[in-house]
Design a protein around this ligand. Structure first.
Ligand SMILES: [Zn+2]
Length: 480
């Protein structure tokens, strides 16, 4: 239970109500029902669709009848994480909220303020009769955390508004104005093997930092798969070997921090000596940014092994050494923003293929399409089949944005500081809306929220109060 002083404030009252309803991704029925009941109780028009998205419509307040409508948007699902000794069953239990100084937390679990605080603020606005605002279209989407499933399924044609305030950001002084779109690119090199005799040597890359392939792609992190390729190609002139298997990374959207190659080797001592030389060179080269990098060689018994045919091995190395990887383009509009990038997240040897799985991203749709065709050209040249899938649209930066200008004006007047305008190189639901709404004007904002998706997730109470009053002033001052 929250202290009465806090739950008397409507935003925290609704946050507590929402937190009592289980709402992990994939478990959206009850929370969507709650929103539906809310709309009925307050005699507000609403739509609940097959994906459990809920849209609630509220007329403007007096004097704002001719104003353009605005979408207030957040997502209904949360990431469920709990500590080992926590007994909460996310399928049926609510969260155990408590206050710690200025922070709201949940005992033993994620707090789910990502994104229940957005829903709570919007419900407080929908319920109010003393807040001035244009017509509101409140959009609560489902299953954002597992691939923006609700937003993708949403019928945008029921929305009249072209302006949207997305409330899924986590830093009060920051306003997000663009996000990346992306796609998956997967190529399959058919595997042909021959039998070889020799010792098996395993090479294991460890200790790399890794990270998110969007927001951390510009941090100079090494990709384990590319290091293995460098080692293999460096020792090739000195000794004879065959590759039994090569594997690294298990998620397309994570920079792989380890990888393993098994070789069949004629002269293990010569092989290992040459490998160690190149490993030492790489260590010296990258120690400033990858201090824990290591590559371990283990020699096993002599035997007969199936290894890649030479033309397969050659194509494997050509892909790994020639395919672009990492940042390919920076934004000219927003300083420091990666515009376009790709990450070879998964390299896998299966029974019949070597699989290369890249995650591609760009904050410009045309640049994403061009990157796909560039990468495709390389695989075409090597005669390796590939496909692209999992496309999600970017939210492109707009030079003229009334919402951005108004938010910056209200924020700086209220706090005395200019907000930081940023774009992110990762996906947001705003991208899906930008793709479905013509002449879209949008900002993504939110109160201070820390360590989301972990059991340390905490929401600043004072920041939520400040942020909410800024949000109300933005609604009040929106131009017709
Ligand atoms: Zn979120």
């Amino acid at each position: 239970m929250l202290p009465e002083k806090l739950s008397q404030q409507k935003v925290f009252y609704y946050f507590e109500r929402l937190s009592a309803i289980p709402h992990g991704s994939g478990n959206m029925g009850d929370i969507a029902q709650f929103c539906e009941n809310f709309a009925k109780e307050h005699s507000l028009k609403y739509i609940k669709d097959a994906a459990n998205n809920v849209i609630i419509f509220k007329n403007s307040t007096v004097g704002y009848e001719n104003y353009a409508p605005v979408i207030l948007q957040g997502h209904l699902d949360m990431v469920c994480q709990k500590m080992a000794d926590c007994n909460i069953d996310f399928q049926k239990d609510g969260l155990d909220l408590y206050v710690d100084g200025d922070f709201l937390k949940a005992r033993g679990t994620t707090l789910g303020a990502d994104n229940a605080i957005a829903v709570a603020m919007v419900l407080a606005i929908l319920e109010s009769d003393n807040i001035s605002h244009p017509p509101i279209e409140a959009v609560f989407t489902t299953d954002e955390e597992i691939g923006m499933i609700g937003a993708r399924a949403l019928d945008m044609s029921v929305l009249k508004a072209k302006r949207m305030i997305n409330l899924d950001s986590e830093t009060e002084g920051t306003v997000t104005v663009s996000c990346a779109g992306g796609s998956d690119f997967e190529a399959k090199l058919p595997l042909k093997k021959v039998s070889a005799q020799g010792a098996k040597v395993s090479l294991k890359i460890t200790g790399l930092i890794g990270g998110h392939s969007g927001v951390e792609i510009n941090k100079n992190r090494e990709n384990a798969n590319l290091i293995t390729a460098r080692i293999i190609s460096s020792i090739k002139p000195y000794t004879d070997f065959g590759i039994i298997s090569i594997n690294g990374g298990d998620k397309a959207n994570a920079i792989p921090n380890c990888s393993t190659v098994d070789f069949c080797v004629k002269e293990p001592n010569v092989f290992c000596e040459n490998a160690k030389n190149v490993i030492d060179i790489i260590k010296q080269e990258i120690c400033d940014r990858e201090p824990d990098f290591d590559a371990i060689l283990t020699t096993h018994a002599n035997s007969s092994y199936d290894v890649f045919e030479k033309d397969v091995e050659q194509k494997l190395l050509q892909v790994l050494l020639c395919a672009p990887n990492g940042v390919t383009e920076m934004s000219a509009s927003i300083k420091g923003l990666v515009q376009t990038s790709l990450n070879l997240g998964i390299l896998e040897t299966t029974e019949n293929n070597i699989i290369f799985h890249f995650a591609l991203r760009s904050n410009k749709k045309s640049a994403l399409i061009f990157l796909e065709s560039k990468l495709g050209a390389l695989f075409d040249a090597l005669n390796i089949p590939y496909e692209t899938f999992g496309h999600y649209p970017p939210w492109e930066y707009k030079a003229d944005s009334l919402l951005r200008d108004l938010y910056c004006e209200v924020y700086s007047k209220t706090t005395g500081n200019q907000p930081t305008v940023i774009a992110i190189h990762a996906g947001l639901e705003c991208g899906v809306f930008a793709d479905g709404i013509k002449d879209f004007d949008c900002i993504s904002i939110g109160p201070n929220l820390y360590e989301i998706h972990t059991t340390r997730e905490r929401l600043s109470i004072s920041s939520t109060q400040n942020f909410y009053s800024i949000l109300l002033e933005v609604l009040e001052k929106l131009n017709p």
